[in-house]
Design a protein around this ligand. Sequence first.
Ligand SMILES: *[C@@H]1O[C@H](CO)[C@@H](O)[C@H](O)[C@H]1NC(C)=O
Ligand SMILES: *[C@@H]1O[C@H](CO)[C@@H](O)[C@H](O)[C@H]1NC(C)=O
Ligand SMILES: *[C@@H]1O[C@H](CO)[C@@H](O)[C@H](O)[C@H]1NC(C)=O
Ligand SMILES: *[C@@H]1O[C@H](CO)[C@@H](O)[C@H](O)[C@H]1NC(C)=O
Ligand SMILES: *[C@@H]1O[C@H](CO)[C@@H](O)[C@H](O)[C@H]1NC(C)=O
Ligand SMILES: *[C@@H]1O[C@H](CO)[C@@H](O)[C@H](O)[C@H]1NC(C)=O
Ligand SMILES: *[C@@H]1O[C@H](CO)[C@@H](O)[C@H](O)[C@H]1NC(C)=O
Ligand SMILES: *[C@@H]1O[C@H](CO)[C@@H](O)[C@H](O)[C@H]1NC(C)=O
Ligand SMILES: *[C@@H]1O[C@H](CO)[C@@H](O)[C@H](O)[C@H]1NC(C)=O
Ligand SMILES: *[C@@H]1O[C@H](CO)[C@@H](O)[C@H](O)[C@H]1NC(C)=O
Ligand SMILES: *[C@@H]1O[C@H](CO)[C@@H](O)[C@H](O)[C@H]1NC(C)=O
Ligand SMILES: *[C@@H]1O[C@H](CO)[C@@H](O)[C@H](O)[C@H]1NC(C)=O
Length: 403
Amino acid sequence: MQFKNLSLAALAAALVLAQNDTSMMNLTALIAGNSNLTGLATLLSSYPDAAAGLANATNITLFAPNNQAVQAAQSVLGSAQGNVNDLVTALLSYHVLQGTVFAENITETPAFPSTTLNNTQYSNVTGGQVVEARLRDGNAQIISGLKQASNVTEANLAFSGGVVHVIDNILQIPGSFSSVAQNANLTALLGAVNTTNLTSTLDGASDITIFAPSNSAFQAIGSAAANLTAEQATAILTYHVINGTIAYSSSLSNASIPTLGGGNVTVTIDNGTVFINSARVVNPDILFAGGVIHIIDSVLNPMNNATGNDTQSEPATAFSGASSGTVVPFTSGVPTPTTTIVDLVTSTTQVAVSYTSVVPAGGSAAATGGVEGSSSSSAGAAMQTGAVGAAALFGGAALLANL
Ligand SMILES: *[C@@H]1O[C@H](CO)[C@@H](O)[C@H](O)[C@H]1NC(C)=O
Ligand SMILES: *[C@@H]1O[C@H](CO)[C@@H](O)[C@H](O)[C@H]1NC(C)=O
Ligand SMILES: *[C@@H]1O[C@H](CO)[C@@H](O)[C@H](O)[C@H]1NC(C)=O
Ligand SMILES: *[C@@H]1O[C@H](CO)[C@@H](O)[C@H](O)[C@H]1NC(C)=O
Ligand SMILES: *[C@@H]1O[C@H](CO)[C@@H](O)[C@H](O)[C@H]1NC(C)=O
Ligand SMILES: *[C@@H]1O[C@H](CO)[C@@H](O)[C@H](O)[C@H]1NC(C)=O
Ligand SMILES: *[C@@H]1O[C@H](CO)[C@@H](O)[C@H](O)[C@H]1NC(C)=O
Ligand SMILES: *[C@@H]1O[C@H](CO)[C@@H](O)[C@H](O)[C@H]1NC(C)=O
Ligand SMILES: *[C@@H]1O[C@H](CO)[C@@H](O)[C@H](O)[C@H]1NC(C)=O
Ligand SMILES: *[C@@H]1O[C@H](CO)[C@@H](O)[C@H](O)[C@H]1NC(C)=O
Ligand SMILES: *[C@@H]1O[C@H](CO)[C@@H](O)[C@H](O)[C@H]1NC(C)=O
Ligand SMILES: *[C@@H]1O[C@H](CO)[C@@H](O)[C@H](O)[C@H]1NC(C)=O
């Protein structure tokens, strides 16, 4: 043994270091030793079946909700119907990435790493529902369902099976197309989808991208919308769906893409703005159970695939001769939401920022990564005090509403 060559002082120093170095601990010990994670520890011990998969997991990244975040979720779990253990299992799996992603791997360019949530009762995203990970004002942020933002408050806590990042808000599992569209105030689209009997198709779909016209986009073509036959309405709506591909903003590039309806749409990235034909993406990357929704400012027309450019200041209409209606079409009978998605991530300016640094398909950095680097709390992500208020409670409350 080498110990006889070590001075007592060096040995003592090594022991102190070892005490603070969590990298040899297992996950259970790491959580038990962090006073910000006592709520999570309690949750895990309350649902041992859900926690079982986590205890021995290796090569993972865990986004660990801090005490306030767990508390906000627990009141919701307390009133949950059905199999709460399944729900907790799904919720935990949505907090885990396969692979070890350190905070320095999260950059200004959004990435969409897959989580281990692949239970089709909660997600129909092949390979696991994703989260959006990005750096914002120097803080690592994890964006989940309904664009809820969770800030990383303690980064890069290494353990024997990977790394833990403490977050200040529970990650919200993205809901069905219907519930997300409702929350995003896409009520005209919802009504149009219902009249064409496409609701169950979209709610049960896997791996799709939906370009979702806003209510004002539908209103702008009110005169045309009123006169559509069922066949025309179906052709138009299916022209807004890409089947079999989830095109997150990070993988959008200039391309012509076939739609569910048959015709192609043209994606043009022009001076930081993304156009789908001549419609502008005004709110990208809204996750839902079957893929992703990008809100666009005008309705696409399969009979007119003219493309846009950055000289337009007004939404272009692909329906020539259409005039604006006095009411939003298709919304009769569709409940109006009282709140809509608080867009924490994107203002018009920030959409431009996120697209100017668009990476080619396959370039989402945080999605991959072996066990590398050492545990370092002086990582790129600045630490942040975890003040949590109404946002966390709203997120928790909306959690079940969206399942
Ligand atoms: C280890 O943690 C203790 C408190 O638990 C602290 O006093 C000490 O400075 C830390 N040592 C190192 C090397 O970080
Ligand atoms: C984790 O480590 C603790 C303390 O070293 C130990 O008691 C426990 O059995 C370990 N758990 C697992 C699942 O290995
Ligand atoms: C975790 O590992 C420990 C020791 O290796 C083993 O006793 C225990 O059954 C494992 N737990 C699970 C859930 O696989
Ligand atoms: C860890 O997981 C990542 C992502 O699945 C994989 O690419 C990598 O090879 C794994 N590393 C080890 C050491 O298992
Ligand atoms: C979900 O992931 C687990 C672990 O990677 C895997 O064993 C299982 O087959 C997957 N299930 C589905 C439905 O993909
Ligand atoms: C989370 O980080 C963002 C970006 O830095 C910041 O604007 C926001 O206030 C933070 N939220 C909380 C609850 O600290
Ligand atoms: C939708 O379904 C209803 C009831 O089955 C039917 O009356 C209607 O014609 C269908 N609409 C379309 C556009 O297929
Ligand atoms: C996944 O797809 C299946 C089959 O279409 C559907 O029954 C299920 O509700 C979908 N799951 C979610 C979470 O939307
Ligand atoms: C959805 O369409 C059905 C007919 O297929 C109709 O009975 C129902 O009222 C519609 N619901 C809404 C909210 O428009
Ligand atoms: C939803 O859209 C309607 C009409 O387009 C608008 O009047 C309403 O204010 C919006 N609701 C919310 C909560 O933003
Ligand atoms: C993660 O960050 C480390 C340290 O900056 C770097 O060496 C590594 O290449 C990064 N991994 C990925 C997958 O980006
Ligand atoms: C708890 O989190 C805060 C930041 O939110 C951090 O300053 C503090 O060091 C953490 N405590 C422990 C024991 O990790």
